[in-house]
Design a protein around this ligand. Sequence first.
Ligand SMILES: Nc1ncnc2c1ncn2[C@@H]1O[C@H](COP(=O)(O)OP(=O)(O)O)[C@@H](O)[C@H]1O
Ligand SMILES: [Mg+2]
Length: 425
Amino acid sequence: MSIPWIVKYRPKRVEEVVGNDDSKKKFIEWIESWVKGEPIRKAALLYGPAGVGKTSLVEAVAKTYGYDLVELNASDQRSETIIKRIVGIAASQGTLTGSATRRIILLDEVDGMSEEDRGGLKAIVEVLERTRQPIVLTANDAWDPKLTPLRSVCLMIEFKRLKQWEVVKKLRDICLKEGIEADREALEFIAKRSEGDLRSAINDLQIVAQGRMKITIEDVGWLPYRNRIEPIFDVLSIIFNAKTISTARRALSLIDIDPDMMFEWIYENLPSQLTDPKDLAVAMENLAKADLIRSRVKLFQRWDLLAFATEIMSGGVAVAREATKPRWTPFHFPERIKFLSSIKEERGVMDSIASKIASRCLTSKRTVISDVIPYILFMLMNNPDYGVKLLRNYDLTSSEIEFLKGKVGVGVVEAPRKRGRSAGG
Ligand SMILES: Nc1ncnc2c1ncn2[C@@H]1O[C@H](COP(=O)(O)OP(=O)(O)O)[C@@H](O)[C@H]1O
Ligand SMILES: [Mg+2]
């Protein structure tokens, strides 16, 4: 796996851009009016949430209709002079009909222009009035006050979040092409979480699919933690690519993370990052040393030694890299922590269920778990409707009821135990 899937599966043709059919149609009509030499409007402003295919559509349309794309995106400098120069030249060359090169000028994410770019916005409006080439602007928030002067001169085309099934369908296509078998629930989970942002859904899918040919609902459960772990990815990428020990060590100070946790992250990702066997062996050796120091720190409460452990687990890994070629490989969540957190979460849910039932039955949570839950599961298995009704009476939430129903499905249900096996109960 070497390139990000959002790049690999970037739509090349208009038909590959999913969803927002009316907006796509409106945009195509607009560009066709340019092709005919009778433009409806000089510029179009495509607006809406991120990751729904605005930029991709412009690129695909340019290709389909034989336009070169001159693109200025948010990361470029867009001061007044630059805009006037680049856009001005591009927009004035050629005639409306039969010019040598046809260009679409794309000013991506104009709402991202800063206050200092004010002059840039003014320049855009001027260019829009004179342009002889189609100009496309995109924005997340078209109602941003600073875009007011643009709104009246542009054809406004709104893009909405993609529907869950549209995202699922695209994810399924990708899985098919990658030879990955994915459960429907797993893809639905990713799609729902993405809130109609296909870019983030595809990124999630790629991270989850790392090293797997099959994806189940269990594999995606940790994704909600991802926002918290994005900074960890940055740190890992510095550590695995650092040329010096001090760079690697400094990376650790960028985030506030427990060294044990960081250790797990490095350990988990090391084999996929340092693919050369010798590099890997050296790095593992160093990691083992760090681990040894870590355990001494805890055993003898020698916190003064901790710095050595962190130095070796970061710098020791960085310097091990000699023969491994640089290439992009996604990081993945430490399996050991995933396992522990799923157990912890499960305990939490069970605890909440038990305490609700315990307060109604005037007994302890322990008794509920050992003696009442088995009956409930038995009931859920044999008469689910009645079981659910009963649980509602105990004020269980739907997700807690789902949790118990899940236990029925996996054969955890045993016949209820007979009481009186111990006096304590
Ligand atoms: N409607 C879509 N159809 C197909 N792919 C999409 C769509 N929306 C987003 N993507 C995927 O997400 C990536 C980013 O989309 P992009 O066009 O940059 O979104 P936007 O400009 O709306 O933020 C694309 O490269 C593509 O892989
Ligand atoms: Mg975009």
